[in-house]
Design a protein around this ligand. Sequence first.
Ligand code: HEM
Length: 457
Amino acid sequence: MIEFGMNPIEFIRKNQKIHGNFFTFLMFGRRMTVCVDIEGNDFVFNAKHSCVTAEDAYNPLTKPIFGEGVVYDVPNAVLMEQKRMVKAGLSIENFRAYIPIFIQEVNQYVDKHWTKDEGTVDILQSISEMIIMTASHTLLGPEIRSKLHEGIADLYHTLDSCFTPIHFLFEWLPLPSYYASGKAHDELDRIFSSVIAERRKHMGEKHIDMLDALMKSRYKTGEPLSDKHVGNILIALLMAGQHSSSATTTWALLNLAANPDVANEVRAENETRFGRKLGAKSFPEPSYEDVKDFVVLDNIVRETLRIRPPIIQLMRKVVKPVAIPSTNYVIPAGNYIIASPIISATDEKYYKAAEDWIPSRWNTAEKEDAMDKATTDYGFGATTTSARSPALPFGAGRHRCIGEQFSYVQIKTILYVLLSRFDFSLDPKRGMPERNFRSMVVFPEGPVLCRYKRRTG
Ligand code: HEM
């Protein structure tokens, strides 16, 4: 258990060698069955819902944060309907509207905070702020974005303080963070309700954001989402995306800082596309199609997610015994099963130099192979629901991420602006940070220092 807590990846690899792709260990009295490699991923992601559920594993952790009546606090069929409603706010029309907002937010942030010609910054902190501004603006809408500096960001942080392994392991403990998060939740509810009420008064006004999509959504029965549930879904989306996208963008930027040749490839591709040199503030605003077609950036995000996926353990609870295919083993009810797709994604069996960050590997057959299995709704970012690909940073099956395309557009646009305006290098004393496995999402160990230098032109 201690080994698992310190470095789950090393622990799983070591035990995979000894016991194979399925093995069980005890964690504070809970029986945790790890299921790895392609067969383990498939087993967890495509398990029958009547035997294995996500809600039994996650709801004790997420309900105090998301609130009642949404995501894991409803039967799975209702979650599927809520995911369909969210997809309406992630349409191509919405992405077209979101890109200029992402650019405006990033420019505003660097103009305010990175004022010198060169300097060292805590890049995780900077990126987290850019993600919260861009996500709040496009998902929650401009009204709530404009209140971020009036304490809303603190309310998010309070809710966030419940999103830790200790809250998963000791859900019965009366931790003070539960009380604080309850109060923060009520306050956010109040703010969301007043914005929703204001929008309802001016129904003729056009808004393109997730709030608008959810306010217009209906269940199959024709019933709309209640205002409270609209607010709770927005909180859930923000929490789902904030850490994963911040971690991914930060890891991508650190790797770019360590590999200036790859950063130059991004610029070269963009210069070919736009027919002029990019630098300082003279970069053009890309269209949705441009962002979709930024191949080098696409490879960078894909490769970062392969070796540094933010979520390395996905959990389900067994509610009815399940047999492991082609074995005599049965996993009893009450066990938790854990998928860890990073194990196959960094296995030499599937990728040469598997631990190395090599974005160009996705130019070759490996990408075609992944894309073959994909149904590409938007033309980029594999949206496969198959669990047979070795790299599954967005999961698979019924609980697969619906924020993948949003994240790709958001992260690629942020990197496009930053690489157009700045050169980056690692802080010589800190170098490339190790991974911090103490939080639910795998961030670089802090302080995450990075040097920036303003480009001219
Ligand atoms: C589910 C990863 C961004 C919304 C998931 C799952 C993973 C994941 C691995 C599967 C969970 C499981 O099977 O237990 C990521 C990564 C992201 C990202 C790596 C960014 C790089 C986002 C964003 C949003 C979002 C931006 C919202 C706009 C969701 C939702 C689910 C989900 C609604 C479905 C939960 C379910 O059905 O149980 N994500 N996510 N994600 N994600 Fe994401």
